[in-house]
Design a protein around this ligand. Structure first.
Ligand code: ADP
Ligand code: MG
Length: 379
């Protein structure tokens, strides 16, 4: 069956609908082969999770030499949640009908859990009650040991790993390191979108995870490759799009993967056989109009000075000198110290992000569509 729309904006579907990342896949393959753990970092919506699923797909195609488990701990607020998500992830990837799933359920039953299945998604939900904090730690160790002893290589991905720094328990990193260190059969991929926090976890010599992994930074997809991919996905579905149009798409979305996919998805769904630049621009306006209520909501949540600063960064697209006289006076920001404070507040809210190059930091609006909307509404 043909998919309705080949431009995915959620998750992973198949290699055909996934663009490039050949280099990154090669690095991941090599790291696994050589027993090297990886720290995968990028800003949100650049394609970390997609890459992991693509990698699992590749690794598991035509053989079952590997056990692959992906845990997203974005919603974890404590070690309890971490253990719960870990156990649920194993069951999700290896359900009861697989032999590994059956073995795992036996172990889990020893923790006296409450197991239920989400009525909508059908995904397993596990609730474990602990008598003591020690029991919780043992449970965690058992989960690692279970995977370690399956007679296969295991790839264990922990997404949004920086979340562990917000757990109330002390020494989480030391605890995890103690359990992880002796494992021979498990390769780890730690993913995260908060770069500073991730770098601090893995590059700070005073912290337990120091030097345990190799970094892999995920940037924009190569321009040529993305352009080819887009043209091809339109053409195999009997739609024609020209170079100028594709250039415009990549430029307007800054090649930030989610936004590029979302725009292509909209163009695809509105267009007829031949797509011209007007069709592309119409899809852009549609998207901005559609999301406008959300943007107006942001305005309510910010102080006027923060809102003004956000517009200023949007208008500039990239700002390196947020405290420069030019920038602050052009946009009426006030004293340079103001700029610093406001900028930090917007970064904490994930509305701006900072990109550190060799010797300078550039600031950008995180959400590309919000940036385009601000540019179009404010002069
Ligand atoms: N290489 C790719 N080709 C096509 N679509 C992709 C690719 N990588 C990611 N995507 C899509 O882009 C969006 C954002 O990717 P995601 O992996 O969720 O980002 P992250 O995990 O970094 O926040 C998702 O909708 C995903 O389907
Ligand atoms: Mg993700």
């Amino acid at each position: 069956m043909k998919r309705v729309n080949p431009f995915i904006t959620k998750g992973y579907v198949s290699a055909e609908l996934f663009c490039d990342r050949e280099n990154e896949l090669k690095i991941l393959r090599n790291n696994i082969k050589n027993g090297v753990n990886t720290t995968l970092i990028s800003i949100r919506r650049m394609g970390k999770t997609g890459l992991i699923y693509r990698f699992f797909d590749e690794i598991n195609t035509g053989n079952d030499d590997f056990i692959t488990v992906y845990i997203d701990i974005f919603s974890a607020r404590s070690l309890d949640d971490f253990v719960k998500l870990f156990a649920e992830a194993i069951l999700k990837f290896y359900p009861e009908k697989t032999s590994l799933g059956r073995r795992f359920l036996k172990i889990v039953k020893g923790f006296r859990p409450l197991i239920s299945y989400n009525s909508i998604t059908g995904e397993p939900q596990i609730q474990i009650t602990y008598q003591t904090p020690y029991e919780k730690e043992i449970t965690l160790r058992n989960l690692f040991e279970f995977l370690e002893n399956q007679g296969k290589k295991v790839i264990l991905v922990i997404d949004e790993f920086q979340q562990i720094t917000e757990f109330p328990e002390k020494n989480i990193e030391a605890l995890l390191r103690t359990y992880i260190q002796p494992l021979d059969n498990i390769s780890f991929i730690f993913c995260g979108s908060k770069k500073t926090m991730m770098l601090d976890i893995f590059s700070n010599a005073k912290r337990p995870f120091f030097g345990m992994t190799q970094y892999l930074h995920l940037g924009e997809i190569d321009k040529e490759k993305y352009s080819e991919f887009i043209t091809k996905l339109f053409s195999v579905n009997n739609k024609n799009i020209g170079t100028e149009e594709v250039e415009f798409i990549l430029e307007w979305t800054n090649r930030h993967t989610y936004y590029t996919q979302a725009l292509c998805n909209a163009i695809y769904s509105f267009s007829n056989k031949n797509i011209d630049i007007e069709d592309v621009k119409e899809a852009c306006s549609y998207i901005l109009q559609h999301d406008e209520p959300v943007y107006l909501q942001y305005r309510q949540l910010l102080t006027p000075a923060q809102w003004n600063f956000l517009i200023a960064v949007a208008k500039e697209e990239k700002v390196t000198q947020i405290t420069s006289q030019d920038f602050v006076s052009k946009y009426g920001i006030g004293a340079p110290a103001n700029a610093k404070r406001i900028c930090k507040a917007l970064i904490d809210k994930d509305l701006l992000f900072a990109n550190a190059d060799f010797n300078e930091i550039t600031y950008q609006v995180y959400d590309v569509f919000l940036m385009r909307w601000l540019q179009s509404k404010f002069f």
